[in-house]
Design a protein around this ligand. Sequence first.
Ligand SMILES: [Zn+2]
Ligand SMILES: [Zn+2]
Length: 96
Amino acid sequence: MIKIRCPVCGKVGYPHAICNHFVKMHPEAYAVVQKYAMRYKYGWICRLCGKDFAFITSVYVHIMKVHFNEPVDNHINILTPDVEVISDEQVKIEAR
Ligand SMILES: [Zn+2]
Ligand SMILES: [Zn+2]
């Protein structure tokens, strides 16, 4: 399971939680995304260059870094060493 980092405040968590956090807690950053990115299938597309991203936080980092030259935290979508790995066996048990 991957964890991602909020590019605005650095909070780390699972993608779903961080994406919700990003939208709710950073309306000014979300406004940038709404202006320059659009929803696409499973993620987001940058309107300025057509690149696609899995998470709203990733597209925000991309827009700020690449198109506005802002020094935005890029440590995103990385495996963090403290993440517990759930085995297939546990997943099967939970699915019952
Ligand atoms: Zn944040
Ligand atoms: Zn772009």
